[in-house]
Design a protein. Structure first.
Length: 157
């Protein structure tokens, strides 16, 4: 007898009619305004926990897009971090792995949000540091040798 089993692949398609519940959960998250909020989703294998999380994530993104379009929110203040705890079941380092994944996501977001202006300012700071280093080295060479050193790179500055 052949048995067909569903693959355990989460989806953001609402095959299990979670949309209403997901809307309530996403509204709770939005209403929290950054205050701590814990939401638990429990159930057996394959009942749709991961799909529910994906649907909530999609609903929040849709609500934020509508809010931005209508002039409500200024920007998306949510960072979604995907973490599969099954990979760490029975291991002591699951908490460390979760914290590492959160830190990675925060770092990537911060780097992505660095504006061109900020990147330009950082470049200018580095250029200024090189100029100071050049000046210090020139003064140091002059002090050490007693002879003023010619700077062939002047034409570049």
């Amino acid at each position: 007898m052949e048995r067909n089993l569903w693959a355990d692949i989460e989806t953001n398609q609402d095959y299990l009619n979670f949309r209403v519940l997901a809307g309530l959960v996403s509204q709770m998250i939005l209403d929290a305004n950054g205050r701590p909020l814990s939401i638990g989703i429990s159930g057996g294998w394959g009942v749709g926990k991961s799909s529910m999380v994906k649907i909530v994530k999609q609903d929040i993104k849709e609500r934020m897009a509508v809010s931005i379009t209508t002039g409500g929110a200024e920007k998306n203040d949510f960072l979604f971090v995907d973490f599969n705890a099954w990979f760490y079941q029975g291991h002591d380092d699951a908490k460390a792995a979760l914290m590492e994944e959160i830190a990675r996501a925060l770092t990537e977001k911060a780097e992505a949000e660095t504006t061109t202006l900020e990147k330009g300012r950082n470049l200018l700071k580095r250029i200024d540091a090189f100029r100071v280093l050049r000046l210090v080295s020139e003064v140091g060479l002059t002090a050490a040798s007693g002879v003023r050193h010619h700077r062939p790179w002047n034409s570049l500055a």
